[in-house]
Write a protein that binds this ligand. Structure first.
Ligand code: ADP
Ligand code: MG
Length: 248
């Protein structure tokens, strides 16, 4: 099966002034339609950079980025917005809703970019809000929504363009953990039912039940997960530890 998105041997070097920052150092990652991948790693490890490259916000310094098999690395900057519009939805930690627009209007703005306007847009926005469980908030402004509700609007907006790929950068960081859990549960069920490939950056290992696959990144490289995800018996730790050391 062709991946919804596949990056191969991607590097990204930022060059602010003299000192180059090697944010990505040869990343391979493919995500299938309907698959939810969690991307975890320390601060500064390249998570946001990788998401930005996958989302055609940033061009990689080298390597390949294929969206539904089409190479997009190296395309001129001016062609990237159309690719984003056609394939990608974004959800951010800070919701990024327009404060002067209601929940429904925030979704309709995204539909407008797709050429869906008027009564069609309103119907579709209602439908999207229904999918994220807040249809009754159509006319409510962001200031009167809870954090979880705002993130639901942001998810509805991200799905408005019927994207192949949904990218979320720490979407639950500003939420209480029980609200965050419900948001990830929602994203996962939408991904599975609508066949959207999802990559979620998260710090919270308590959320692991909502992922299909966990990917770790360190120093701009995909690495094997840390050896202990849960707490094994002490004896097992002793057996594993020398193997890890000798393999390092
Ligand atoms: P993460 O999201 O995992 O915290 P980032 O992708 O934001 O990591 O950053 C990876 C590395 O690239 C860090 O060293 C960061 O300081 C650097 N970096 C990120 N964005 C820029 C930029 N616009 N200019 C220069 N360096 C950057
Ligand atoms: Mg980041």
């Amino acid at each position: 099966m062709q991946a919804a998105i596949a990056v191969h041997n991607v590097t990204k070097t930022y060059s602010p002034g003299a000192a180059a920052v090697h944010a990505l150092n040869g990343v391979d990652l493919a995500v299938e339609s309907g698959e939810v991948v969690f991307l975890m790693g320390p601060s500064g490890s390249g998570k946001t950079t990788l998401l930005s490259v996958m989302g055609c916000i940033l061009q990689p310094t080298s390597g390949s980025v294929r969206i539904r098999g089409r190479e997009v690395a190296g395309l001129p900057e001016r062609e990237l917005p159309a690719i984003r519009l056609g394939h990608i939805g974004f959800v951010f930690q800070g919701f990024n809703l327009f404060p002067t627009l209601s929940a429904g209007e925030n979704v309709e703005l995204a539909l407008d970019l797709k050429g869906i306007r008027g009564r069609d847009a309103r119907r579709r926005a209602m439908d999207l809000l229904e999918q994220v469980g807040i249809r009754e908030k159509y006319g409510v402004f962001p200031a009167d929504l809870s954090g979880g509700q705002k993130q639901r609007v942001a998810i509805a907006r991200a799905l408005a363009g019927a994207p192949d790929i949904l990218l979320a950068d720490e979407p639950t960081a500003a939420l209480d953990s029980h609200v965050g859990r419900r948001i990830l549960e929602l994203v996962r069920s939408l991904a599975h039912s609508q066949g959207v490939a999802v990559v979620i950056v998260t710090h919270d290992s308590r959320m692991l039940q909502f992922t299909d696959r966990l990917v770790h990144i360190e120093d701009g490289r995909i690495v094997k997960p840390p050896e202990v995800a849960t707490s094994p018996p002490a004896a097992a730790t002793l057996e594993i530890a020398p193997l890890v050391v000798s393999g390092a």
